[in-house]
Ligand binder design. Structure first.
Ligand code: PLP
Length: 384
């Protein structure tokens, strides 16, 4: 059976070239980057080269990148880092953030911080006037994601950056899904902190990055040997960091052509899928990631759809991999105004650079059959 992977927002395979650069760092070049001898210096040099590569991808200076253990950790470090350095205050975020941001904010609420969760419109966009209205004297941070992981909507991040700057408020963006797919330029968007994750861009899992603007002081969340300028104590994951660096270098060279290819396939998926009765696009029709096609289908359960697609060799998702184990409908779909009974029928297709048109044709051939089959046995399906 053909195996077709259409779940690249969950994770991507490690690119061959990335893997090759990583391999020597597991055994031959195994040094601890803090050691003074040649093994240590070799590891340190490799980390600094990777830092340059990560920085280049987002048009930042290398010294402003901190390596972390994941996108989740980068979000935690950014948000708690500012909160703990200020001690108290108000944070503005949105209702459709990834749990790495939402749960961190909820935790901070328990510690006495106040948080405003901005609503979004039916496409998942925050309203810039709402943002301005919510800014208070004691607002210490605005954290708004660049691109949503479930519906692919890309926020007006430059506008948000301008407002944060005008009001002298620190601005963090979770760019885990946008980096490597659309332009991410830390300077252009006036961002103070930006989270990245390696495994979404053909690098290894368990490595992330946080860009921190020059002069911005935050508190660490891990204490120890003082690695990464004291902001992330832990012996560095040298092989992982090297892989992340190579993945960024590849993304820098290829993202435009990859995006163009994926956009065509994505548009074909959207056009054809919307021909299915009672199938609806979620997210913005234009302001969306080039690799994301997300839908909901009335009268079926997204989980059953994903399992039947899997039985045909196709990997897709109902929403985010992180929330797909919970039985509640996605907080993102509810926030864009989809009724809970319809939100259960969600399907997210996220393309990667290796997907080819015949794979999409196969997916488009099996999808309507599966939808039909599920509706035949569904108590939820009645034609309106
Ligand atoms: N932020 C967003 C928008 C994501 O999509 C993800 C992962 O799905 C994360 C953060 C977490 O990244 P990681 O898997 O590296 O912890």
């Amino acid at each position: 059976m053909k195996k077709i992977y259409l779940d690249h927002a969950a994770t991507t395979p490690v690119d061959r070239e990335v893997l090759e650069e990583m391999l020597p760092f597991f055994n031959e070049k195994f040094g601890n980057a803090s050691s003074l001898h040649s093994w240590g210096r070799e590891a340190k040099k490799a980390i600094e080269e990777a830092r340059e590569r990560v920085a280049k991808l987002i048009n930042a200076d290398a010294g402003r990148i901190i390596f972390t253990g994941s996108g989740t950790e980068s979000d935690n470090l950014a948000i708690k880092g500012i909160a703990f350095s200020k001690g108290k205050g108000h944070i503005i975020t949105s209702k459709i953030e990834h749990p790495a941001v939402l749960e961190t904010c909820k935790y901070l609420e328990k510690k006495g911080f106040e948080v405003t969760y901005l609503p979004v419109d039916n496409y998942g966009l925050i309203n810039i006037d709402d943002l301005e209205d919510e800014i208070r004297e004691d607002t210490i941070l605005i954290s708004i994601m660049h691109a949503n992981n479930e519906i692919g909507t890309t926020e007006n991040i430059e506008e948000i950056g301008k407002i944060a700057k005008k009001n002298g408020i620190v601005f963090h963006t979770d760019a885990v899904q946008s980096v490597g797919k659309i332009e991410v330029d830390a300077k252009k968007i006036n961002v103070d902190m930006l989270s990245l994750s390696s495994h979404k861009i053909y690098g290894p899992k368990g490595v992330g990055g946080l860009y921190i603007r020059e002069g911005l002081k935050i508190e660490p969340i891990l204490h120890g040997g003082g690695h990464e300028g004291g902001l992330r104590s832990s012996t560095e994951n040298v092989a992982g960091i090297v892989g992340f660096g190579k993945a960024c270098e590849l993304a820098g060279r290829r993202w435009k052509s990859d995006a163009e290819k994926m956009r065509k396939l994505r548009d074909k998926i959207i056009k054809n899928t919307l021909e299915t009765e009672e199938a609806y696009l979620t997210g913005h029709p234009e302001k969306r990631l080039p690799n994301n096609a997300s839908f909901y289908f009335k009268g079926i359960e997204g989980e059953s759809l994903v399992l039947l697609l899997d039985s045909k060799g196709i990997a897709a998702s109902t929403g985010s991999a992180c929330s797909s184990k919970k039985l509640q409908p996605s907080h993102v779909l509810l926030a864009i105004g989809i009724k809970p009974e319809h939100a259960h029928g969600s399907l997210r297709i996220t393309l990667g650079r290796e997907n080819e048109e015949e794979e999409i044709d196969y997916f488009l051939e099996v999808l309507p059959e599966i939808v039909k089959k599920l509706r035949e046995i569904s108590p939820l399906w009645k034609k309106s």
